[in-house]
Design a protein around this ligand. Structure first.
Ligand code: SF4
Length: 634
């Protein structure tokens, strides 16, 4: 018997039944499920079928949260299938960010959220947005009864001249399922507004977090902010002839920070911490000396008001210089506003060519724990949610009393023989062993593997610097096959590179771990026959790494502090990169971890138990036999 009668397929896969049963139990018991569910289990449908069934029977709403556009699409297609096969009348809305849905957003607004937000607020307040003012019941009725992808919804709303974001939230009031981004629930400002608009409390929601390994960093980034000193001086220059008082204030603010930079440079420090109250105190002292005396908060508001005033002129004269000035003003006011937070944050001034003051949230559970506590039930799932215990700790689920918490790891349903994992002996990117000799040996090993791989291959490095250093040791024939990811590449260029890799067999992609090619990209049709993960992407001992490690040490002890703050973030990147090769049951791929530390304590212990690794210095032979064996024959 299938765990949910809403499951739309005749057969359930290995692991899928178990996962679906756990989801069903979690939603019925009002619990929390944290699931490491490898690719291929079919987790989207296995999570949605029992959750939607429970939601309909108990008047709840499923919030399906994902960080990827491709996952929005999969979720909506799955809901259509559940709807059709069960003859339901589901209402499901697909929502992305307001600025990406807005039919009026010009490119600069898509880039700067705060700038767009100011624009949208002004347009609503001044009753200038016809899309917002237009209420169209017919348009809403179609969204209610037809399950649309967000692009279709936006197109439909555009033809009806209604605001797509407003319409989607309006329909959200009666929706069975809302597919949206993490921000809609894991960001204080947006979550409060969304819940108010859809007129629901957290306890009415069944929350499903897809690709949940991204959640800690996404929350950290949402509550983090940075400000380049250059932005302050550019803004001051831009405002000079418009607002002399603000010009003087910004110049003095820059001087306060420059003094810190000079002192740090004298002490030969690459970065220093800056105390929250120190900066607030120094700015208040400065503001008290001005002709127009004001408090810190009044200063922040004055900058924001100035940006809004420029907004008015931008909409009429459209000068791009003014738009940049406006976005800079919004960036400064947002940063100073964020700086006042009482949350546990790390505040760093980095001293480089472009000194930057940054504010980084240390503990993502400040946002996730209240959601888990308040929601009816939560399911967090990902193919690399490993170890599940860490995610339960870091996101605060482990601290919630009175709720059933299940930590689960499921086995990959793909044939084991389709994946071979090897660790190479003698090679490493350990700091103390780095140098020309090691780079040459790694380059030679990559060449040896490339000669024995039939089809496309990707090599993922811990950094762009190492990628470049090792690329230099490849022979011209192999180098001709290589395509290199560059840091500044945009989406269009990345897609072009991907298409080249897909269309031209025997291409080799050189990219970085933790980047778009090793995490965001879905490689279809077994494009990658081999993946090499060069080295461990352990972060250098920056103030941030030390502070994160120290923070978790204080909370969970020294061992977990090192694991959570230092080792696991690197291992997650490795697992993401290694997982790019096998996306379906027919795919075959050899994964080579090119650093002997993967076979040693403590790193080996951090890898999932189904990572059966062969420790070898003859990886070329392994490749040969892997591609000659059985179904590996091309
Ligand atoms: S109200 Fe809607 S249509 Fe109008 S500016 Fe805002 S997001 Fe765009």
């Amino acid at each position: 018997m299938v765990e949910s009668s809403f499951f739309p397929f005749p057969h359930v896969r290995e692991g899928q039944r178990e996962f679906m049963g756990d989801v069903k139990h979690a939603v019925e018991a009002g619990g929390i499920l944290i699931a490491h569910a490898p690719t291929g289990i079919g987790k989207t449908v296995a999570a949605l079928a029992p959750a939607v069934q429970y939601a309909i029977e108990n008047e709840k709403t499923v919030f399906f949260l994902t960080s990827k556009r491709s996952q929005h699409k999969i979720a909506i297609d799955t809901l259509r299938l559940i709807n059709e096969r069960n003859g339901l009348n589901l209402t499901a809305v697909d929502i992305t960010s307001k600025q990406s849905m807005c039919p009026r957003a010009v490119s600069i607004y898509r880039e700067f959220y705060s700038l767009f937000n100011e624009f949208c607020k002004n347009e609503q307040r001044n009753r200038r947005c016809w899309y917002y003012m237009n209420h169209d019941e017919e348009a809403l009725a179609r969204i209610r009864c037809e399950i649309m992808h967000v692009e279709e919804l936006c197109e439909w709303c555009k033809t009806r001249r209604v605001c797509p974001y407003k319409a989607a939230l309006e329909v959200g009031k009666t929706a069975d399922v809302i597919v949206c981004d993490y921000n809609h629930l894991f960001s204080r400002d947006i979550a409060a507004k969304v819940l108010e608009k859809i007129e629901k409390g957290l306890d009415e929601l069944i929350v499903i977090v897809d690709e949940a390994h991204n959640l800690p960093d996404r929350i950290r980034n949402n509550l983090s902010s940075e400000l380049r000193l250059k932005t302050i001086s550019e803004t001051a220059r831009g405002i000079r002839n418009i607002d002399r008082e603000m010009y003087n204030n910004l110049i003095e603010m820059e001087m306060i920070l420059k003094k810190l930079v000079t002192n740090a440079a004298r002490a030969k420090r690459a970065e220093i911490t800056v105390d929250r109250d120190f900066l607030i105190g120094e700015l208040e002292k400065m503001l008290r000396r001005r002709i127009e005396v004001m408090s810190y908060n009044e200063f922040v508001n004055a900058i924001r008001s100035r940006a809004e005033a420029i907004q008015e002129s931008v909409s009429t004269d459209g000068e791009s210089g003014r738009e940049i000035l406006q976005s800079n003003l919004v960036s400064i006011s947002d940063f100073l506003d964020a700086w006042t937070t009482e949350e546990k944050c790390l505040r760093i001034l980095s001293i480089n060519d472009n000194p930057t003051l940054s504010l980084k949230l240390l503990d993502p559970s400040v946002l996730s724990e209240p959601v888990f506590r308040g929601a009816h039930a939560t399911v967090m799932m990902s193919g690399t949610l490993y170890p599940v215990e860490m995610y339960a700790d870091v996101l605060g689920a482990a601290r919630i009393n009175g709720r059933e918490i299940a930590l689960r790891e499921y086995k990959s349903p793909f044939p084991r023989e389709n994946r071979l994992i090897a660790v190479t002996k003698g090679l490493t990117t350990k700091y103390t062993r780095r140098g020309e000799a090691m780079y040459r040996r790694i380059g030679e090993k990559i060449e040896g593997i490339a000669e024995n791989v039939r089809g496309g291959m990707a090599v993922f490095f811990p950094s762009y610097a190492l990628l470049k250093a090792i690329l230099a040791y490849l022979s011209p024939q192999v180098r001709r096959r290589v395509m290199v990811e560059r840091r500044e590449m945009g989406k269009v260029e990345r897609n072009r590179l991907y298409e080249q890799l897909r269309d031209e067999e025997s291409r080799i992609l050189f990219a970085v771990q933790g980047g778009s090619f090793s995490e965001g990209m879905d490689y279809e049709s077994n494009i990658l026959k081999a993946i090499i993960v060069v080295g461990l992407p352990l972060s250098p001992p920056t103030l941030e790494v030390k502070a994160t490690q120290g923070y978790y040490t204080g909370k969970y002890g020294a061992e977990k502090g090192r694991l959570y703050g230092y080792l696991y973030p690197a291992i997650t990147k490795v697992l993401q990169a290694a997982g790019r090769g096998i996306r379906s049951e027919h795919d075959r791929c050899i994964i080579i971890l090119m650093d002997y530390r993967f076979a040693q304590f403590p790193y080996k212990r951090c890898l999932p138990p189904d990572f059966d690794m062969i420790f070898t210095d003859r990886v070329e032979d392994l490749c040969k036999s892997f591609f000659n064996s059985g179904s590996g024959r091309e």
